[in-house]
Design a protein around this ligand. Structure first.
Ligand SMILES: Cc1ncc(COP(=O)(O)O)c(C=O)c1O
Length: 454
């Protein structure tokens, strides 16, 4: 296949991208992958420091997962779940329910945003079906992100991104985010162990106040499980998620956990809510579910919710949601093989070991004077940059931090993409130590370069 020239590259409209800048830059065309590298049309190799938007697990190339996909394509590439079922979707559901303790049913979609839409629709309709239609609003958490479809934008509202779409969105009650600085040298209320417990208590107090006032009108609270990623790599303090789950129970609000980015090992646990000791009413998985091989996502729920949708046809209690590719057999066969590989390779253990390695390496940044905070868990790392208390997003000479980081990392054989003033590395989950170290080395080198540019 011919490699696109500069003009061709302008035909594609890229997500979250200022296209005016894009067409002026010489952007890379990725044409293949090899191990944890992506390779451009000139043959340059880059380690994938953001796991292709946080979904890549095994890197690239042939393995059990790609073999399972090919086998499935030869048998049946698609058959609908409207009125029929298919073997891979049934078998995957069984496997997922074994992993996701407390869940009883699986609904399929093809991306994380729509898995969230389904969870929200299920929560709304649950209360309508049991005769409490007044419980029809949502609670979410500041800095949360749940996707780019309308209801997902409502619960994960970020003004800068979604302000223009407000007429499409619904208002939501928002709880404070548990963002406590781990690194602050000042004697602030967020500094030190005891203080951070105090701030957690305060955060929960404010949260409970909102529950007390509004929970009678709310059907569900939606939150990321374990950490908020897109909102700035905010790792939940110990017991936070459990305390929110307890409040949901106390005030009769369903808990929707979003494990699209944090489940399947990103934080060092296969199912994060089990580690957080907080069983949800609904939970969504996506991204690493198919190791990045196929667009597939799921919404799991309990029999309590599911059974409220049963009734006479004429009662109109059924769930009105479905996509052409809901339960696609290739996607489901991919996920089954992926889960098998997690188990046979003991991937979660490997992630935990690599996580310890990252913790040790992060100590090398102690003397940096532009780092306001470092937040890390599993294979998720966020490094917040500030100078004199001000967020660093523009460098000397007017260059944007994110363009600088992308350009300099690519020059050094790694692809890194920060979020505002947060440098992030989110490598493929099965990455080996050597490649992980290279990503870390390049990230640290870039921090050094930024120091001289602010
Ligand atoms: C926590 C979380 N929820 C939902 C989504 C949306 O998933 P998708 O991009 O597959 O629609 C994302 C995507 O980054 C996410 O991080």
């Amino acid at each position: 296949m011919r490699s696109p020239d500069k003009k061709d590259k302008q035909f594609v409209w890229h997500p979250y991208t200022q296209m005016k800048d894009w067409v002026q830059q010489s952007n890379k065309v990725i044409s293949k992958g090899d191990g944890f590298h992506i390779i451009d049309s000139d043959g340059n190799r880059y380690l994938d420091g953001i796991a292709s938007m946080w979904c890549n697990v095994w890197g690239h190339g042939q393995n059990e997962v790609s073999d399972a996909m090919i086998d499935q394509i030869k048998k049946l590439q698609h058959s609908t779940l409207f009125g029929l079922t298919n073997e891979p979707s049934v078998n995957l559901a069984e496997k997922l329910l074994k992993l996701a303790k407390g869940m009883d049913r699986v609904f399929y979609t093809d991306n994380g945003s729509t898995a969230i839409e389904v969870a929200l629709k299920m929560a709304l309709q649950y209360y309508a079906n049991i005769g409490k239609p007044e419980k029809n609003q949502f609670i979410s958490i500041e800095n949360g992100y749940h996707g780019d479809t309308a209801a997902a934008m409502s619960v994960g509202y970020i003004k800068k991104y979604f302000g223009a779409y407000k007429p499409l969105l619904t208002p939501v009650f928002r709880l404070p985010s548990p963002l406590f600085n781990n690194r602050s040298k000042k004697k602030s209320k967020y500094n030190g162990k005891k203080d951070s417990i105090d701030s957690l208590d305060k955060c929960i107090e404010k949260t409970e106040y909102i529950f007390k006032r509004y929970s009678k009108r709310c059907c569900a609270l939606v939150m990321e499980s374990g950490a908020q990623i897109a909102g700035g790599v905010i790792i939940y303090p110990q017991s936070y998620q459990k305390r929110i789950a307890d409040l949901c129970q106390k005030y009769e609000v369903l808990l929707i956990l979003d494990e699209i980015a944090t489940g399947f090992g990103r934080l060092g646990n296969m199912v994060e809510y089990i580690a957080q000791n907080s069983v949800p009413d609904l939970v969504c998985f996506g991204k690493a579910l198919t190791a990045g091989y196929f667009p597939l996502a799921v919404t799991l729920t309990t029999n309590k919710i599911y059974e409220s949708f049963l009734g006479e046809y004429s009662e109109n209690k059924q769930l009105y949601h479905g996509h052409t590719f809901t339960g696609n057999p290739i996607g489901c066969a991919t996920a089954i093989a992926n889960i098998g590989k997690y188990q046979s390779q003991n991937l979660i253990q490997q992630i935990r070991e690599n996580s310890k390695h990252i913790s040790n390496r992060l100590k090398e940044l102690e003397s940096s004077n532009i780092i306001a905070d470092i937040r890390h868990k599993g294979l998720l790392t966020g490094i917040e940059l500030k100078k004199n208390g001000k967020s660093i997003e523009i460098l000397k000479g007017g260059q944007r931090l994110n363009y600088f980081v992308m350009k300099e990392s690519l020059k050094r054989g790694v692809f890194l993409r920060p979020l505002g003033n947060i440098l992030m590395f989110i490598p493929p989950l099965a990455i080996n130590k050597k490649d992980l170290d290279k990503i870390i080395d390049v990230q640290f080198k870039i921090i050094e370069m930024i120091e001289s540019k602010v």
